[in-house]
Design a protein around this ligand. Structure first.
Ligand code: AVJ
Length: 355
C-alpha cells in the first residue's frame, strides 16, 4: 500500500541568497517572495518557480540536449558503479529517501542494486509524484513506498513510521548547485541530522570545467533553456497577476568564474513597465532579473563543504572527463560499516576516487 503524506510546506525555498517572509499560507508566501524579489534593486525570481507543468516538460527537454551533459553523465556513472555504490552505502534492507523525486525513475533504476526495504519520495509536485509512485509501487510490490509533498529546501519532517537506520538520502542531478554555498551547508547539515552512523547521503555534483562547455549547457542553440527561463514569467503573471510580456525579455546565461557558478537572468530588451494589482516595476533597457544560480564545484571544494556540514566524503565516482561526480557522504566520525570494504588503491581506474 502506497502511503501518502500531504504537503507539509511549500514555502519559498531555494531562493537566491535572500530569505523570504514566512507568513500566511504557502500561496501567500509564494506571492510575497515574488513581490519582494521584483521590488528589490536587483530583481530576482527564485528558481523553484520554473517548475510548473510546462516548465517541468521543458526541463525534461533540456536533459535531452547534446549540450546539457549533466543528466546523462550522472546516469552513466550510476549505471557503471551501481554495485560499488550499493556496497559502500549499505542501504540493503534500509530506507531510500529521494529528494526531488519527480517520477522516481532515477531512484527506481537503483532499486535492484540498492535493495531498499522502503522508498520515500519527497517532491513539491505532489500530484504528479503520487501518480508516478502508484505505478512504481505496482512494479516493485516488495518495497514499502511513501510519498511526501514538501519543499526539500525547508526543514524536512519525516513521518514517524519511516525507518531510522540504514537511511540513504538520494539527491541527484546537481540540484545542490541551486543553493549558495552557505545555504548548501545548512541544507546538508539538516540532512545529516536525519541519519545515524548506519546512514548516508548520495549526492550528484556538477564539477568545474571550461567555461565554454558550461555556458553551452545553459545557453543551447535550440533555445530550450531560453524557453525554460522565459516560462517563469508566465508563472509569475499567474501568481501575482502581473503583465510581463515575454517578447520584451531575453535569456542570458554566463559562467561567473569568481563565484564558480552559472547565472541565469532575464534581460529587458527595451524599457518596460510591469504592473500588478498592488504596484509596478520599471525596468530600463538591458536591466536584468536574476532567476538562477547553478554552482559548479571542484571536487575538493565539495568535500570541504561536506566537512563544514558535519559530514565527510566516504566515496566518490566520476566520469572519465571528471565533469560530474556522485558523492557518498556520512556523518563525520561515523563508524565504518564492515560491509563497506577497505579502499583499494587501484580498484576502479583513474576515474575512481574512493577514499
Ligand atoms: C535542476 C538545478 C540541476 O542547474 O543544471 C537546467 C536546472 N537550469 N538548465 C541545473 C537548469 C537551466 C538544473 N538543476
Amino acid at each position: 500500500m502506497l502511503r501518502s503524506t500531504p504537503v507539509t510546506t511549500m514555502l519559498p525555498v531555494i531562493d537566491l541568497e535572500r530569505a523570504a517572509p514566512e507568513v500566511g499560507s504557502p500561496a501567500d508566501a509564494d506571492r510575497d517572495a515574488l513581490l519582494a524579489g521584483l521590488r528589490a534593486p536587483r530583481a530576482w525570481i527564485a528558481p523553484k518557480f520554473f517548475y510548473d507543468a510546462l516548465g517541468s516538460t521543458l526541463f525534461d527537454a533540456i536533459t535531452e540536449l547534446d549540450e546539457y551533459y549533466l543528466t546523462r553523465t550522472e546516469r552513466a556513472i550510476l549505471r557503471a558503479r551501481e554495485r560499488e555504490i550499493a556496497a559502500a552505502s549499505g542501504c540493503d534492507g534500509g530506507t531510500l529517501i529521494d529528494l526531488g523525486a519527480g517520477n522516481g525513475e532515477k531512484a527506481a533504476s537503483l532499486f535492484a542494486a540498492l535493495r531498499p526495504r522502503e522508498y520515500v519520495a519527497v517532491d513539491i509536485s505532489v500530484d504528479y509524484m503520487h501518480h508516478s509512485l502508484e505505478v512504481l509501487q505496482r512494479r516493485f510490490p516488495g518495497i514499502v513506498m511513501t510519498d511526501i509533498g514538501a519543499d526539500i529546501a525547508r526543514p524536512l519532517v519525516l513521518p514517524a513510521h519511516i525507518g531510522r537506520t540504514r537511511r540513504l538520502f538520494f539527491y541527484p542531478g546537481s540540484s545542490i548547485g541551486n543553493f549558495v554555498p552557505d545555504q548548501a551547508q545548512r541544507f546538508l547539515a539538516g540532512l545529516g541530522a536525519h541519519v545515524d552512523d548506519t546512514g548516508a547521503l548520495l549526492i550528484g555534483v556538477d564539477l568545474v570545467k571550461d567555461a565554454a562547455t558550461l555556458q553551452a549547457a545553459y545557453d543551447d542553440p535550440l533555445g530550450v533553456t531560453a524557453a525554460f527561463n522565459l516560462n517563469v514569467l508566465r508563472r509569475v503573471n499567474r501568481i501575482i497577476g502581473s503583465d510581463f510580456v515575454l517578447a520584451d525579455w531575453r535569456h542570458v546565461a554566463f559562467f561567473d568564474a569568481a563565484h564558480s557558478r552559472i547565472e541565469m537572468h532575464l534581460e529587458a530588451r527595451r524599457a518596460v513597465c510591469v504592473r500588478w494589482a498592488s504596484g509596478e516595476r520599471r525596468f530600463a533597457a538591458g536591466e536584468r532579473i536574476h532567476t538562477e544560480n547553478s554552482y559548479k564545484y571542484p571536487l575538493e571544494a565539495f568535500a570541504a563543504l561536506l566537512g563544514r556540514a558535519g559530514l565527510e566524503q566516504h566515496a566518490c565516482w566520476t566520469d572519465e572527463r571528471q565533469w560530474f561526480a556522485v558523492v557518498l557522504a556520512r556523518r563525520s566520525g561515523a563508524r565504518r560499516r564492515s560491509d563497506c570494504g577497505e579502499p583499494t588503491p587501484d580498484d576502479g581506474g583513474a576515474a575512481d576516487q574512493k577514499r
